[in-house]
Design a protein around this ligand. Structure first.
Ligand SMILES: [Zn+2]
Length: 463
């Protein structure tokens, strides 16, 4: 076992946690509340951020009509890229600078909501994008002041972006997914209307549902907030503050709901109860991870998704050398799942879910009670189990659900081989914000072992 117990903190450890949450309106038919809510926040001219697919759906018309009925001007930006890049974000920022809105409404999945967060940030507090990006990738500069109000209306039951202060994008020059994290990025309000998921393809529900599951398990098994050093000042306490009693509440309920409803929501689009309950699970898990933080499966996912995305971009524009030594055989990294228009792509929830079982199996000994409880909440029979079984039981529970919703088997299922381990480890190591939140210390050797174990789970009998 190359992963190590946490180094003892020499300075004092923290003894408090902070609860941070957006105002959330949840319910079937709640979307048309957006106009009144935007006006109440003082908005007069709204940047309505979405993507071309959503613009053609009735939810967009509902939101636009509600804003207009409330007497607001709207300027529509529908150029959000699935899996935003620094280049696609530039377009959104330019749009916002020209449109000069005093508030934002975002309608879409995590890509749309994250784009709105960054557009609001850079149009309010101009700086090069990388200035605000988490260190060591960027400067990690603090967001200097409040942003214009933002109402986020999610249309997938997954990312939880509507209730978090985190925005993720691909840095094309660095060949890496990275992000900006600040409480100031958190949307002012979220309006969560489960009707919007009725039109989602099964594959999208599966991927986003696995993301929900992992948000809950990772936040539940993250290092405790009492294992992190006390911040220099209270306002510097990180959002990824570690597992705490508030986040635990959301994690437990999200896991219970995902166990009951995720497979149903994927296999039957007309199962309104299942899709509604998964939307609520996504909201709870989002609030939980926004207050606790996720860890290694998400750090690994950014490398897994990033290399495939880069392979696609390199293939598109002929920049064949941009992948270094692996450039020649990038053809195998062309994963193209049904339901996603811009391939190759490893959707975020798939990228997280294919590495997660390897992590839970390897890390369980550092927090065995929590891994065992998570396995129980996911339906594993833990009556005769000992704490030594916790990692295997939780890994198998996640694999069982992954198979039932049709996810690829491990990283080999999206085209990776053992030859890619060094690249994947190199892409994961910079994700220190996430790795530092794991229940054990995670170094290069630990990640090599995890990526080796995550290649596939075909030998697992997970019934
Ligand atoms: Zn996620």
């Amino acid at each position: 076992m190359p992963c190590r117990h946490l180094a003892a903190h020499h300075a004092g450890c923290d003894s408090a946690f902070t609860v941070d949450a957006s105002r959330v309106t949840f319910g079937t038919g709640s979307l048309p509340e957006v106009g009144d809510r935007a006006r109440a926040l003082g908005m007069r001219r709204v940047a309505l951020i979405t993507d071309v697919r959503l613009r053609a759906l009735p939810w967009f018309a509902e939101v636009a009509a509600s804003l207009v009925a409330a007497g607001l001007d709207i300027a529509v930006f529908d150029g959000v890229a699935i899996e935003p890049t620094d280049a696609s974000l530039d377009d959104a920022v330019r749009f916002v600078r020209d449109a000069r809105p005093d508030g934002f409404v975002s309608l879409g999945g995590g890509s749309v909501i994250d784009t709105a967060k960054i557009a609001a940030l850079l149009s309010t507090h101009p700086a090069p994008l990388r200035a605000y990006v988490n260190a060591p990738v960027g400067e990690g500069r603090a967001v200097p002041g409040p942003l214009a109000p933002h109402i986020a209306c999610p249309t997938t039951s997954g990312t939880g972006s509507e209730v978090t202060g985190i925005a993720i994008f691909d840095d094309l020059a660095l060949h890496a997914k990275t992000g900006i994290a600040s409480p100031r990025l958190r949307p002012t309000e979220a309006i969560v209307d489960p009707r919007t998921t009725a039109t989602l393809p099964a594959n999208v529900v599966a991927a986003s549902g696995m993301d929900v599951l992992c948000h809950a398990i990772e936040s539940f098994t993250a290092r405790r907030y009492t294992q992190r050093s006390t911040p220099a000042t209270p306002t510097q306490r990180p959002m990824s503050q570690g597992a705490n009693p508030w986040s635990d509440l959301g994690c437990r309920e999200a896991l219970r709901l995902a166990n009951a409803y995720l497979v149903r929501a994927v296999v039957d689009a007309s199962d309104r109860e299942a899709r509604e309950q998964m939307m609520w699970a996504a909201t709870l898990a989002g609030i939980a991870f926004g207050n606790a933080g996720v860890h290694a499966p998400h750090a690994m996912a950014y490398a897994i998704a990033g290399l495939v995305h880069q392979a696609g971009i390199a293939g598109d524009d002929g920049r064949g050398g941009s992948l270094g030594a692996r450039g020649d055989d990038r053809a195998r990294l062309q994963f193209a799942p049904a339901g996603y228009p811009s391939a190759p792509i490893v959707p975020h929830g798939i990228a997280v879910g294919i590495g997660a079982p390897a992590v839970f199996r390897a890390f369980a000994s550092f927090a065995p009670e929590r891994h065992l409880e998570a396995a129980t909440l996911l339906g594993a029979d833990t009556r005769d189990a000992s704490l030594d079984d916790a990692g295997t039981l939780l890994a198998h529970a996640v694999i069982r659900i992954s198979r039932a919703i049709g996810l690829p088997d491990g990283t080999s299922g999206v085209g990776y081989t053992a030859d890619d381990t060094a690249d994947l480890v190199a892409g994961t190591l910079p994700q220190q914000r996430l790795l530092a939140n794991a229940p054990c210390d995670v170094d290069r050797e630990c990640l090599e072992q995890l990526f080796g174990a995550a290649l596939g789970y075909a030998d697992v009998d997970a019934r």
